[in-house]
Design a protein around this ligand. Structure first.
Ligand SMILES: *Cc1c(COP(=O)(O)O)cnc(C)c1O
Length: 482
């Protein structure tokens, strides 16, 4: 019977895979999109005139739009398609799980096979201090869970006055009430009455912005020191936790100096404060280690994850729980009154299991560390010789470069463009036209390519970026901004 099922499944999957010659009426889709689809983080008045680009297909590191243009995806969708597009084994795992058990909850003393297996697999891949996993549907829900979990932890320990969570300006921790509050994006705080009470923000370890006149390592200690200052200002007995991304993603690929995280760890230990790594981007190989905290040299008590855990094929997030917190919650806490309908969703967990198998079997994390990560660094160092680029930096499979008006001998001696000119957006426009996706954060252009991107594909991406830089330089000259 199992054999029959397998045959039927294989046959129906084959029919799904038969390439269809499908054509699209782009203008009609754009009009429907504009009429009914409210997009995240989008100025719809501006989008209406241009029309959204309709993405219809993906394979490997490439996407195609509804007009048949091929695009090299330098952003892994949105920092998530680590295993690349078109992974049939993930779609098959999802299909099989949907046929077997599309859903069951894990609230009422029940569990399901993919969730159990995935929890065990994640704990095996995580640093040794982790023993448990709480599943959510997204990174934002993971960080909401973190807020409730750390406050609950201190309740259980008889210190309920420990409520304050310290985060950083320009951090991104999601878009729910707690996620956006933990995040340090002023534009988000300006809408909806945020942040929620008990969240404080300190400066980010951005050497370019705040490290002038110091060595990088000296600056790392200074930036970590802002945490101690804030702890003392709030009162150490009121601080519950510190949260940060090992490398800030949406804030513009801010790579901290090597001294930063070990000093943050020392300060958290000194005041007995929980340390939380938001690994939604850095987790699952992005930096050439399974988790970013391993590269940055610290040992968090909790890790929030999402994105790369399923390579984005199906939504899934969660919180890895270290033994310190797990012990309190499981042994002393009774009910933790928190959970989502889709916590441990069997289909999402099946997708994650197959995605992790791919990362392990294809040795993608090691590849990033030893092969493609260094190659991306070399490619960005080459891009840094372009007259429009002040400096470039990278870490594993994330990289950024700064567009400047005047190049200097060091990054602090470069002269930036006036922000209002939006040179980054100008550059991003060319990227779109020339078929490479790169993101603009102010005048910093960033990439986070799929971990499967080969050396040859990195070279192709870099060549397209160089051409876009040339076009941007022409624009800037013709407008008299140089
Ligand atoms: C994307 C992201 C989140 C939010 O995840 P969602 O799945 O969009 O809710 C949280 N933290 C970081 C670091 C992220 O990059």
């Amino acid at each position: 019977m199992a054999t029959d099922d397998t045959v039927v499944i294989a046959a129906s999957l084959a029919s799904l895979r038969t390439p269809k010659v499908e054509t699209f009426d782009t203008r009609a889709l754009q009009q429907l999109d504009s009429a009914h689809f409210l997009h995240p983080f989008t100025d719809h008045a501006a989008l209406r005139d241009k029309g959204a680009r309709v993405i219809v297909r993906g394979q490997g590191v490439y996407l195609w739009d509804s007009d048949g243009h091929q695009i090299i995806d330098g952003m892994s969708g949105l920092w998530c398609v680590n295993a690349g597009y078109g992974r049939t084994s993930i779609s098959e795992a999802v299909y099989r799980q949907m046929e077997t058990l599309p859903f069951y909850n894990s609230f009422f003393n029940t569990t399901n096979v993919p969730a159990v297996r995935l929890a065990a697999e994640l704990v095996a891949l995580a640093p040794p201090q982790f023993s448990h996993v709480f599943f959510t549907g997204s990174g934002s829900e993971a960080n909401d869970t973190v807020v409730r979990m750390v406050r609950r932890y201190w309740d259980i320990l008889g210190q309920p006055e420990r409520q304050v969570i310290i985060s950083r300006r320009n951090a991104y921790h999601g878009s729910t009430m707690a996620g956006a509050s933990l995040g340090g994006m002023p534009g988000m705080h300006a809408q909806g009455g945020l942040p929620i009470p008990g969240i404080r923000h300190i400066g980010q370890p951005n050497y370019l912005e705040a490290g002038q006149g110091m060595s990088e390592n000296a600056f790392g200690l200074v930036a970590a020191g802002w945490l101690e200052e804030e702890i003392l200002a709030v009162g150490p007995d009121k601080v519950a936790a510190f949260i940060g991304e090992p490398v800030q993603g949406a804030g513009g690929v801010v790579i901290p100096p090597a001294t930063y995280w070990p000093e943050v760890q020392r300060i958290c230990d000194k005041y007995d404060i929980l340390l939380i790594a938001d690994e939604v981007i850095c987790g699952f190989g992005r930096l050439g280690t399974w988790f970013g905290c391993e590269l940055m040299g610290f040992k968090p008590d909790l890790i929030s994850f999402a994105k790369g855990v399923t390579s984005g094929y199906v939504p899934l997030g969660g919180v890895l729980i270290g033994k310190r917190v797990a012990h309190a919650l499981l042994e002393k806490g009774g009910d933790f009154n928190h959970g989502f309908t889709y916590s441990g969703h069997p289909v999402a967990c099946a997708a994650a299991l197959e995605n992790l198998r791919i990362l392990v079997d294809e040795r993608l994390v090691e590849k990033v560390a030893l092969d493609t990560g260094p190659h991306l660094k070399a490619a960005f160092n080459e891009l840094a010789t372009h007259p429009l680029v002040g400096h470039a930096e990278s870490c594993g499979m994330v990289a950024g470069l700064n567009l400047v008006r005047v190049k200097g001998a060091s990054m602090h001696e470069c002269v930036p463009f006036e922000r209002a000119l939006q040179v980054g957006m100008l550059c991003r426009g060319h990227m779109f036209e020339l078929g490479v996706i790169m993101r603009a954060v102010g005048d910093r252009m960033i990439v986070a390519p799929p971990l499967v991107m080969t050396r040859a594909e990195i070279d192709e991406m870099a060549a397209r970026i160089w051409d876009c830089l040339d076009l941007t330089l022409e624009d800037v000259r013709s407008r008299g901004w140089l």
